[in-house]
Design a protein around this ligand. Structure first.
Ligand code: NAD
Ligand code: 89Y
Length: 341
């Protein structure tokens, strides 16, 4: 049994706790939050007796295999460095870091300590995205040459996550990061990116619309577009939609989790709806299922001594896309060549 502690008992961490209860071979034995009320509420809800308001105290007092960090971005570097210094494996929520320098410092700290560091980059773990990837991998549409990964909504994310309305950066760093990661998952790493952003909602501080174009090393050109200002006749939050054109056909992941694959043999329409886990609530259930999937993957990796798919090192490439997208948007949508290209 791998023993873990959750640091940060806020809005999203409740999903982590529900998922941990379902992951075989892992148990959360201690909790930490500097807000005593949130700590107490979460401890009561999940029956965890050992609680701390200070992460240093937690790391000093508990015998742990891993920590699951679900605080917000500005606290990540200190917590990751402290956890690595205590020789425990680490999961860290996205966005992993606010700067590439912080991100590299964290991957270095984990490598020096010889601990596993995984970023909780869960969107690629949604079952609908995995089903689409399986079709591409088996060659259902031949060789992909063009793609679109799209997330457009007007869902009120601000009431559950008020910091999204006031942070200096919004949609690329918060949501686009996932959508860019899906583009990497499907089409591989990118050589260049260009972006344009806009703030439509006057009640928030930063951009709520972003349109990005990536040229991937695989030869695919993709469009990654995100909006929290799109009032659609059918609200599909939080579905990521896909369009992929290949040499032998096309693939579409449409609202309502309908996967349509068309090629010379005909058209297949598959229902790739995520399962509704016992603790999940619509419309969040596809994200909630992906939380379970990624946490299970982390424990599988610890048991097999393997690197997680979205390791800290892997996530540097997603973060690089985020940074380059902001740079491009601030520079009249100029094309940015990626360092790792
Ligand atoms: P939140 O503000 O509700 O919760 C964060 C909690 O961390 C708070 O209770 C706070 O008191 C605690 N905290 C902060 N610093 C701490 C420290 N140094 N020690 C102990 N506790 C500390 O935030 P949230 O909405 O739950 O978001 C948390 C993270 O989850 C964010 O990075 C967000 O982007 C991410 N998130 C991810 C997904 C996803 O699908 N992967 C979805 C939503 C949110
Ligand atoms: O914080 C975001 C995330 O990671 O997924 C959706 C979200 O909760 C709001 O954009």
């Amino acid at each position: 049994m791998k023993k873990g502690a959750l640091i940060g008992c806020g809005f999203f961490a409740q999903n982590h706790m529900h998922a941990w209860a379902d992951v075989e071979g892992a148990a959360i034995t201690a909790l930490c939050d500097r807000d005593e009320n949130r700590l107490k509420e979460t401890a009561g809800r999940f029956g965890v007796e050992r609680t701390y308001t200070d992460a240093d105290e937690l790391l000093k007092s508990e015998e742990l295999d891993f920590v699951d960090i679900a605080t917000t971005v500005l606290t990540h570097r200190r917590l990751v460095e402290r956890a690595a210094g205590s020789n425990v494996h680490i999961i860290c929520q996205k966005p992993f870091a606010d700067t590439m320098a912080d991100a590299r410092a964290m991957t270095d700290a984990a490598a020096d300590a010889g601990v596993t560091l995984m970023v909780h980059e869960n969107f690629r773990w949604q079952s609908a995205i995995h089903a689409a990837k399986a079709e591409l991998d088996k060659g259902a549409i031949g060789t992909p040459f063009w793609g679109r990964v799209s997330f457009r909504s007007a869902y009120d994310v601000y009431s559950g996550q008020p910091y999204l309305a006031t942070d200096e950066r919004f949609i690329i760093q918060d949501l686009g990061i996932h959508i860019l990661d899906i583009a990497r998952f499907l089409f591989g790493d990118a050589r260049t990116i260009s972006a344009s952003t806009k703030r439509v909602n006057p009640a928030i501080w930063a951009e709520d619309v972003a349109t990005m174009m990536l040229v991937h090393k695989s030869g695919v050109t993709s469009v990654v577009d995100c909006s929290y200002a799109s009032r659609l006749s059918r609200e599909s939050f939080p579905e990521s939609l896909l369009e992929v054109d290949g040499s032998e056909g096309t693939l579409r992941l449409m609202p309502g989790y309908r996967l349509v694959v068309h090629n010379a043999s005909g058209t297949r329409e598959l229902d790739v709806s995520p399962p509704l886990l016992s603790w999940a609530e619509r419309p969040w259930h596809n994200i909630q299922e992906s939380v379970y999937n990624i946490q299970r993957h982390f424990i599988d990796c610890l048991n097999a001594s393997g690197a997680p798919e979205t390791s800290g090192l892997d996530n540097l490439k997603t973060l690089e896309l985020v940074e380059a997208a902001y740079l491009s948007a601030a520079g009249n949508s100029r094309t940015i060549k990626l360092d790792t290209a």
